[in-house]
Design a protein around this ligand. Structure first.
Ligand code: GDG
Length: 482
């Protein structure tokens, strides 16, 4: 197998296996934040991508798709349950999102997590060229950086954390907090969405290992493993950069779609099919308890109840794409959301108009952009979110500079999209007022805010993001060893 200069390691391959009409298996580029972010970069460089194909017990040889060399990792049915649904999505995801849902700590999940991380690390170590670069992604693979370093000390290793990193008071609950930090510190550059996340990580490292940091650089001491409880017995042996690299979108793709006549026609059709309300409000998320979907529905329902909004004048479109459907907390959330939608619609729908148009589907990107174009107000009300790319996508598509983004201060994108209408989604009254401010916002103010936000998103796109991360890795290549 030819070795690649750059190897991306992520839980999922950037493609889904689908069976077409003739019964043949085919590959289709899959939706999702990470895929949207990395696909354009991988097509440009001589790159390989190590990941799981999304189905259990599938043994596949490496293959090429859309100009990317793909190295599939096999996961058994049991490993999907323990490593992916268990440790990743029922322990780490809720813990790192500030325990919005209670994390479950199970030793069998941890065992599987270590085993699967090792499999990814071995595949990456085999796929990377001498002195090449390995770029590991996200919370499912936090042990991989140190494992790759051990197998291949010649390569430069980056890790990007797509979700928040919690304060030590919460992180310290994790029974394996020490091993996970050790795993991450195997990287030369550790990227986070916000400076607050990077700060939480550096503080955790300080608390657990007593390593010092200077600015964003952590001075890792190699003897720590031999004398874990002794205070700084040795000189620093490695420098690890831990700082924020806020991720973005391929903005030009969204602008081009928004300019297409057929997409614009579809947006007009969507408006008409909703009965041409004055205001269309939109929420688009994976159906996940971090996204604040219930809080948003509650605020909207109360505005209808109080007569501040009325059906016919305002419609809320809620796209909640199916996600992690076998994890209990997600099944429960779906029930709660569907109960709330049913109640609000039952109380306020008329024969001509609906209060909430709820869609539990996944859509093609064109349809997503048509929805963004049809929406006067975009509601991003996450309780905790690493970045939230939907907010950036909405802004990119607003080519006439109209429209209002209501944005949670708990989403990473709030650090950059400062001209949004900011909300604390836990404060339902505050969110109701923010929604009314958005609905009533004069066009001139909409344009002023949207112009500023578009400038940010169009200049800090995903290419700028990957270029800055890879530049930091390149700097580390020269200066990592002392
Ligand atoms: C994680 C972090 C961070 C959604 N439904 C459909 C669809 N999507 C696309 C959106 C967007 C992406 O999926 C979702 O990205 P987000 O950033 O909003 O959220 P997560 O999935 O939670 O992503 C997050 C991200 O990683 C990147 O680092 O921002 O904080 O949690 O692109 O448009 N796309 C299509 N059909 C759908 O039905 N085509």
């Amino acid at each position: 197998m030819p070795q690649a200069e750059l190897v991306v390691v992520a839980n999922r391959l950037p493609v889904d296996r689908v069976i077409d009409a003739t019964g043949e298996a085919a590959w289709r580029t899959s939706p999702g934040g990470l895929v949207a972010a990395l696909e354009p970069i991988m097509q440009q460089v001589d790159g390989a991508w190590v990941g799981w194909a999304g189905q259990p017990d599938l043994e596949l040889e490496p293959f090429d798709a859309d100009g990317i060399h793909l190295v599939p990792i096999t996961l058994t049915e049991e490993e999907v349950e323990l490593y992916y649904e268990g440790m990743s999505n029922d322990t780490l995801w809720p813990l790192y999102h500030d325990v919005i849902s209670p994390p479950r700590y199970r030793r069998v999940w941890w065992e599987a997590y270590q085993r699967v991380n090792r499999r990814f690390a071995e595949a990456a170590a085999a796929a990377v060229a001498p002195d090449g670069t390995v770029w590991v992604h996200d919370y499912q693979l936090q042990l991989v950086p140190a494992m790759v370093r051990k197998l291949r000390p010649d390569v430069t290793i980056g890790y990007f954390h797509h979700i928040p990193f919690p304060a030590y008071g919460l992180y310290s609950q994790l029974p394996w907090r020490r091993q996970i930090l050790r795993g991450l510190l195997g990287a030369d550059v550790i990227g986070f969405q916000r400076e607050a996340d990077a700060g939480n990580f550096r503080r955790a490292v300080r608390r657990v290992f007593h390593f010092e940091s200077k600015g964003s650089t952590i001075l890792v001491r190699s003897h720590e493993e031999k004398h874990p409880d002794r205070d700084h017995p040795s000189e620093p042996s490695r420098r690890v950069l831990a700082k924020s690299f806020p991720i973005s979108i391929d903005a030009s793709v969204y602008v081009e779609l928004a300019q297409r006549a057929d997409v614009q026609a579809r947006a007009a059709e969507i408006r008409a099919s909703l009965g041409d309300p004055q205001t269309i409000l939109l929420g688009v998320d994976r159906l996940d308890y971090t996204k604040g979907i219930r809080h948003r529905l509650k605020a909207f329902g109360e505005l209808l109840e109080e007569g501040r909004l009325s059906v016919g004048d305002a419609t809320l479109v809620t796209v909640a794409s199916p996600s992690r459907e076998r994890v209990d907390a997600y099944m429960q959330l779906r029930d709660e959301i569907e109960l709330t939608v049913g109640r609000v619609n039952g109380a306020f729908d008329t024969l001509d108009h609906t209060a909430i148009r709820y869609l539990h589907h996944s859509y093609p990107r064109e349809e997503m952009v048509a929805l963004y174009l049809a929406a006067d107000v975009m509601l991003v009300t996450a309780l905790r979110d690493g970045m939230n790319l939907v907010a950036k996508e909405y802004v990119a598509t607003r080519i006439d500079d109209r429209g209002v983004l209501v944005l949670s201060e708990f989403a990473g994108s709030a650090d950059e999209l400062t001209s949004s209408v900011r909300v604390n989604p836990h404060d339902i009254d505050g969110m109701k007022d923010a929604i009314m401010t958005a609905v009533r916002m004069p066009e001139e103010e909409q344009r002023r805010r949207m112009t500023a936000m578009r400038r940010t998103v169009l200049t800090h796109d995903v290419r700028a993001w990957s270029a800055s991360f890879l530049a930091a890795l390149n700097d580390a290549r020269g200066g990592a060893a002392e």
